[in-house]
Design a protein around this ligand. Structure first.
Ligand SMILES: [Zn+2]
Ligand SMILES: [Zn+2]
Length: 120
């Protein structure tokens, strides 16, 4: 149920948000345990955009490579997929930045902070 709810979501979700999506038939304690186990086996990835709040999403090997829009007004986090041309440009920039820092980069994720359409 957790994987199904996250597959339908358009961004990372907290335990409370997942609980609302799944329904209260699943106790919160079971939900937290499932999230911990799914993270441990690499199915879920944690996302820390709001202090003290962990949101989860499907790991990139399941969901595909993407970035995030983070609203500093309402805290909503939305997935953002860049098209191939933009993704190539991003990869070049990331490679340049990493090289300048003598860092062997493997992956990257872009966080764009601002206001969503509702909060703007
Ligand atoms: Zn917002
Ligand atoms: Zn995401």
């Amino acid at each position: 149920m957790v994987i199904g709810a996250l597959a339908e979501a358009d961004g990372p979700r907290s335990a409370a948000e997942l609980s609302r999506a799944i329904g209260e038939s699943v106790p919160l304690s079971s939900l937290y345990r499932s999230l911990a186990v799914l993270e441990e086996v690499g199915v879920l990835a944690p996302h820390y955009s709001s202090p003290g709040l962990t949101r989860y999403e499907l790991a990139e090997w399941l969901s595909g490579h993407h970035h995030h829009l983070v609203c500093i007004g309402c805290g909503r986090v939305q997935d953002l997929e860049a098209d191939d041309a933009i993704e190539r440009r991003l990869q070049e920039i990331v490679a340049d930045v990493a090289r300048a820092a003598s860092f062997a980069e493997l992956n990257h994720a872009l966080e764009i902070e601002g206001h969503c359409a509702r909060c703007a």
